[in-house]
Write a protein that binds this ligand. Structure first.
Ligand code: DAK
Length: 258
């Protein structure tokens, strides 16, 4: 598969999607989104791939949707573009684990896209923001919703209404990112995390991901019920028997993903 705006690589059990528009800070143009969806379809249907990393370059994860593309768009065009709206949801709908490895700017749609991954590993130069207010609009693909759930109302309001950026350290304190590491090693850190996840039982990883996501969608009582049922269902897998036996026998488990 060859793409113009992204690079796709498969390394062992990890699929890597890298935004590749360095001249425009990886601004997310529509063709890039179509390619991202296509690459995710490919990685999701490839049985050799168990975890996915989405990343940019050292200066920018992505500085938002391509402003040049949007400047003259009408209300009718924005509303009608259902295909585009679906593509923006593509990462959140991926059933395999997706890690965002973020260095530099993750702004607007870039920040929203990182938040739709399962977790974010950030380089110490990362900057997160929802600056849409400074260009006369507002977040439209999760900035007011995912950000508020992740960092709370006060910080989300502050960022969406003033357009200020959060640096990596503040983002870690606020719960937006899971780890901050030196710029030199953020991709390796993400790759190690993805490889570790890829070595665990794949169906169980899927269920664990589903359970954590349920926490953001439902009440505590319903979420706990969902978790309990998913936990029970791990006992239907050989991998649960293998994992626990291996612990008792003081050896490494050999998961067969069934
Ligand atoms: N779009 C297009 N080009 C961009 C860009 C962007 N978002 N961000 C940067 N660039 C381009 C710059 O125009 C410049 O191009 P040249 O002048 O060299 O041709 C090049 O990248 C380098 O940028 P700067 O010269 O500005 O570099 P600086 O280091 O001075 O500043 C910066 C870096 C990232 C702080 C700055 O470029 C900046 O503020 N960028 C814009 C950030 C922003 O406002 N992002 C939000 C965009 S709105 C939806 C779909 C999408 C969305 C919502 C809903 N639906 C379908 C429902 C999303 C909206 C957005 O993301």
């Amino acid at each position: 598969m060859s793409f113009e705006h992204i690079l796709l690589e498969k390394k062992a059990a990890v699929g890597i999607i890298r935004f590749n528009r360095p001249k425009s800070m990886n601004a997310l143009c529509q063709p890039l989104f179509a390619e991202l969806s296509e690459a995710l379809d490919d990685l999701e249907s490839d049985d050799a791939i168990a975890a996915i990393i989405i990343t940019g370059n050292d200066k920018a994860f992505a500085a938002g949707a391509d402003i040049g593309e949007m400047v003259e768009a009408s209300y009718q065009q924005m509303l009608a573009d259902e295909g585009l709206n679906r593509q923006w949801d593509r990462i959140a709908n991926c059933r395999k684990p997706v890690i965002a490895a973020v260095a530099g700017y993750a702004l607007g749609g870039g920040c929203e896209l990182a938040m739709s991954c399962d977790f974010i590993i950030a380089a110490d130069n990362a900057k997160f923001g929802q600056p849409e207010i400074t260009i006369g609009t507002m977040p439209g693909i999760g900035g007011t919703q995912r950000l508020t759930r992740l960092v709370g109302k006060a910080r989300a309001m502050d960022m969406c209404l003033t357009g200020r950026m959060m640096d990596a350290q503040e983002a870690e304190r606020a719960g937006l990112v899971s780890r901050v590491v030196p710029l030199e090693s953020y991709f390796e850190e993400a790759f190690e995390a993805a490889s570790l996840i890829a070595g665990f039982s794949r169906p169980v990883v899927k269920l664990a991901k589903e359970a954590v996501n349920a926490a953001l969608e439902t009440t505590l009582t319903q979420g706990l019920k969902t978790e309990r049922r998913l936990f029970h269902s791990t006992f239907a897998f050989d991998d649960q028997k293998e994992g626990m036996k291996a612990f008792i026998e003081k050896r490494k488990p050999v998961f067969k993903h069934r």
